[in-house]
Design a protein around this ligand. Structure first.
Ligand code: COA
Length: 175
């Protein structure tokens, strides 16, 4: 079966738990420091970067090849008060988020699936869904660190280095 980009909410309900679990494995694999945290902090970290997005599976996209989940994009068309309260660092970028880049996303691929265009495909699919909203959000942001390898990926996908604040690099793309 060829590569597919699927919305979690469009997969049959009976398959959703296994698919969520596959995406969760990639989330855990790409956050190796997670296991070193105390249990309570692990739960908080998991909720803010992954679990909360499962509550709205319409905005969770999976890259699947021959039944195997290779990556996911967890998005939100609007950054809500719950996102600000789970991620206090977002306060530093509140004005940019509210005025220019209200949507956001988190994206992770399993190691062997990187560098083959899947991340670009997941972003395109998310943005094409966002653009079907009426009205659609005027921009999307991600937050990374200034020295991360993924900065180049986001630049190539049309995000701009908007603001650096300490260890956080805020990047936005106008839609
Ligand atoms: C960042 C990531 C989503 C990019 O998706 P991808 O499918 O690997 O990227 P694409 O193939 O569409 O684009 C490739 C570009 O991304 C860049 N890139 C960034 N991180 C990369 C990585 N770990 N492996 C390969 N390419 C990477 C490459 O430099 C490449 O640009 P180039 O062609 O100028 O060399 C993916 O590599 C990944 O999941 N990385 C680890 C987790 C992560 O950083 N998530 C983002 C958190 S904000």
């Amino acid at each position: 079966m060829p590569l597919e980009i699927l919305k979690l909410s469009s997969t049959p309900p009976s398959e959703q738990p296994a698919r969520s679990a596959g995406a969760r494995r990639i989330f855990e694999e790409t956050a190796p420091s997670l296991r070193t945290l105390p249990a309570e902090d692990q739960l908080r970290f998991e909720r803010k970067y992954f679990g909360i997005y499962l509550e709205n599976p319409e905005w969770m996209f999976l890259a699947i090849d021959s039944g195997q989940i290779l990556g996911y994009l967890a998005g939100a068309p609007l950054t809500l008060p719950v996102h600000f309260s789970l991620n206090p660092y977002l306060e530093r970028f509140r004005s940019e988020i509210e005025r220019e880049f209200p949507a956001h996303l988190h994206l992770n691929l399993t190691e062997g699936a990187r560098g083959m265009g899947l991340g670009t495909k997941l972003i395109s699919r998310f943005l094409s869904e966002v653009r079907t909203m009426d009205p659609f959000p005027c921009g999307v942001h991600i937050v990374t660190s200034p020295d991360s390898e993924n900065v180049r990926f986001y630049l190539r996908n049309g995000f701009e280095r908007t603001t650096t604040n300490g260890n956080f690099l805020f990047m936005g793309k106008t839609l």
